[in-house]
Design a protein around this ligand. Structure first.
Ligand code: ADP
Ligand code: ZN
Ligand code: ZN
Length: 714
């Protein structure tokens, strides 16, 4: 049973009550908005500063919504709850200079908060620029005045660049966007186009149409690494329009400035990572989600929202077209298109008549093992090496990629079997050769490499497995004349590092680019005619049911790096070294047949009762003592089974996630499955408030818990 809300307090004589959403800590439960006293009525969406306990916070005036709670009661740690009939605390300041957040924005936040089971205050405040919490109202007013002046000046007029003539498939795609834009309720559009088919050109033309109607365009990209190139293309195309970026690489001041430019309507194009889906855009006319399948669109902490899904909802709220672009759509999106919920537009041809590289599989099982050195299989098949040598001889470039970073994942003692585990996590620490350290990629715990095996004293400890650094070394030994460049999370760490390394590749100063999946996305390498996937098999047998989907996308992306130049396309190829050459995933890859792959995957998902045919939520619990997490989840499961509609939902037993211990804290997770989205949502809205209460009343030793709706990576 939930505790009753406290008796409503009074605003006081001559004052009115306003509801204000503030960022309330999770442990206080699902508080919608708190009541404050105000001298005048305030429009929903107005930003205000309000007292909460002993603090003063930024808040947003909210309309109605869930049952009211008096301000103090949400923050029992800071101050005692007011007695019934006590005066409400007044709003401290109103950020009048800023136009209120628009009703569509409030609706988006309210939807997201409900769907992902957070309080509106927590969600709203998390997606506003953090700098807004600090600025005082007069400072903000001054800043806005200056900004308004800048925005009032039209950008310096320069001639627009000439436009390329659209290919027939691009024309058809653009016509579909135009058609949807004219609808009262436009449908989202899946632009399924192979790499190099000119999807970006379609985004640019669709943006031009929106701009011509005086509207704003929102363009989402999955990774911060990909923003500079796309930003450059948009900026070059629209020199007479204002474009701002929104991502976590900006300074807090820049982020505020860009956000304000969007909110005031001064920015015509907002280009950014997942956070940008919440950019306030008063004149929104188009939403683009590039590489819509990318898992980076899912926020992995706090309110675990999917920016891709919210982008679709945002388009629906604002009645504007949404373009979801990908060469390998997520199976959820593909299914939506097959069912007619999204409109499907296909672009199968590469621009300029280039073809996709020929995919060749090398069966690693036939290779004899090397003598000595633990009897491992050689890193490269002879045929693959010969292909690399051919490229060298012709002065063409190759890409060799491995889906891992670091020199080698684990240090290993062949005598006693010791491995470099992390003492605080259930993960192995990775050997970084350059720094001679062992580093845990989960908690960051780092130590110098021991001189000898800590268990048996054996001096002959060696790395197990292979990483990009080792790959670079081996290629250098095998092909001594090759100029090798390496791009992975380690070499691209410094500011500008990635850009300068990419520039070397583009300038032709690199013959063989070695890297992690980082280099497989987005880059338009003109001279590349060979791609080698060294050992992608592990993903075929991963516990995550989405692993094959990810692998297929990764390999298709990687293949797309080669053969961009029409003349070289005919001799472009991708080698996949595998122990499972008969796997259906590779058969589909050989034919570049996404649709065939999607069809087999979807039928497997249907028979296994997995998304998109079922809907999932994951309840995570963390505690120093695993029994504490277990007890919380057990009780949570009991509650779930007693709720109305429980017969349509399934609660699985708690299990440890792939990394079950981090920094000394044990993790457990419990999957909840329902046959429809609506049923899952109904269960969650009954269940989650009870979980807040359960935690507060009985499970104080629980370190953390969280609900993840539509989880990725389970
Ligand atoms: P995708 O986003 O599908 O990978 P891009 O939009 O990046 O493809 O297009 C690939 C290349 O083809 C780019 O260099 C782009 O400038 C060029 N391109 C795209 N459309 C056309 C066109 N209609 N005419 C000439 N070149 C084009
Ligand atoms: Zn040992
Ligand atoms: Zn660790």
């Amino acid at each position: 049973q939930l505790p009753a809300p406290p008796d409503a307090a009074e605003p006081g004589p001559g004052l009115i009550t306003v509801k204000v959403a503030v960022e309330t800590p999770q442990h206080s439960g699902l508080v919608g908005a708190l009541d404050y006293a105000s001298e005048r009525s305030l429009e929903p969406g107005t930003l205000v500063r309000v007292p909460l306990g002993r603090r003063e916070l930024l808040g947003i005036v909210w309309h109605g919504g869930p049952p009211p709670a008096a301000a103090e009661s949400a923050d029992a740690d800071d101050a005692a709850a007011p007695a019934a009939g006590h005066a409400l605390r007044p709003v401290t300041a109103v950020l009048d200079a800023l136009p209120p957040m628009q009703p569509v924005w409030l609706a988006l936040v309210e939807f997201a908060a409900g769907y992902y089971q957070r309080s509106v205050g927590e969600l709203a405040l998390a997606v506003l620029p953090p700098e807004l919490r600090k600025v005082d109202p007069t400072q903000l007013a001054r800043r806005l005045k200056r900004l308004a002046k800048t925005l009032a000046k039209p950008p310096a007029a320069v001639p627009e660049p000439p436009l390329p003539e659209l290919a027939p498939e691009q024309q058809a795609a653009l016509a579909a966007v135009t058609e949807q834009a004219a609808q009262a309720r436009p449908q989202a559009l899946l632009l399924h186009g192979v790499t190099g088919s000119g999807k970006t050109e379609v985004y640019l033309r669709a943006t031009a149409l929106a701009l011509a109607q005086g509207r704003q365009a929102l363009v989402l990209v999955p990774e911060i690494n990909l923003t500079p190139q796309l930003e450059a293309r948009f900026a070059a195309r629209f020199p007479n329009h204002r474009l701002v970026a929104l991502h976590s690489g900006l300074t807090p001041a820049q982020r505020l400035q860009h956000w304000l430019a969007a909110h005031l309507g001064g920015a015509d194009i907002v280009l950014g990572t997942r956070m940008a889906v919440f950019a306030p855009l008063p004149r929104l006319g188009l939403v683009v989600v590039d590489e819509e399948h990318d898992p980076s669109y899912k926020q992995q902490e706090g309110a675990r929202y999917s920016a891709r899904d919210l982008a679709v909802y945002r388009g629906h709220l604002s009645h504007v077209p949404v373009i979801l672009g990908s060469a390998t759509p997520s199976l959820e999106t593909w299914h939506n298109a097959q069912e007619g919920r999204y409109r499907l537009q296909t672009m199968a041809a590469r621009i300029g008549g280039g073809t996709l590289p020929r995919v060749r599989l090398f069966d690693m099982g036939v290779l004899p093992r090397e003598k000595g050195r633990g009897g491992v299989t050689p890193l490269f098949a002879p045929a693959v090496l010969a292909s690399l040598q051919e490229r060298l001889d012709r002065g063409e470039q190759s890409l060799v990629f491995l889906n891992r970073r670091g020199y080698a994942p684990v240090l290993h003692c062949p005598d006693c079997g010791w491995k470099s585990g992390c003492p605080h996590c259930s993960a192995w620490r990775v050997f970084h050769k350059g720094e001679r350290t062992l580093r845990c990629h989960h908690c960051g715990f780092t130590e110098r490499v021991p001189r000898a095996c800590p268990e048996c004293g054996n001096l002959d400890i060696a790395p197990l497995g292979r990483g990009t650094e080792k790959l670079e070394e081996q290629i250098a030994a095998l092909l001594p004349t090759a100029r090798i460049g390496r791009i992975d999370a380690d070499t691209a760490r410094g500011k500008g590092e990635l850009e300068s390394r990419l520039a070397e590749v583009h300038a032709g100063d690199v013959d063989i680019l070695v890297g992690t999946q980082m280099v497989t996305k987005g880059h338009d390498f003109r001279r590349m005619t060979l791609v080698v996937a060294v050992n992608p098999d592990s993903a075929l047998f991963a516990s995550d049911f989405r692993a094959p989907e990810r692998l297929f996308a990764l390999l298709m992306q990687a293949a797309g790096r080669a053969g961009r130049d029409a003349e070289a396309a005919a001799r472009s190829e991708m080698w996949v070294q595998t122990w499972h050459p008969m796997h259906p995933l590779y058969a589909a890859l050989k034919k570049h047949d996404y649709a065939a792959f999607a069809t087999t995957q979807l039928s497997e998902r249907a028979s296994a009762g997995l998304p998109p045919f079922a809907h999932l939520a994951l309840l995570r619990a963390e505690a120093r003592d695993v029994a504490v997490a277990q007890a919380f989840l057990d009780e949570a499961a009991q509650i779930a089974q007693s709720l109305p509609g429980a017969e349509h939902t399934m609660v699985y037993p708690p299990v440890p996630p792939p990394v079950s211990k981090v920094a000394g804290v044990e993790r457990l997770q419990m999957l909840v499955e329902a046959s429809s989205r609506g049923r899952l949502q109904r269960l969650l809205s009954d269940w989650v408030p009870q979980l807040h209460w359960l935690r507060q009343q009985q499970h104080k030793r629980l370190a953390r818990w969280a609900i993840d709706v539509d989880p990725l990576g389970i």
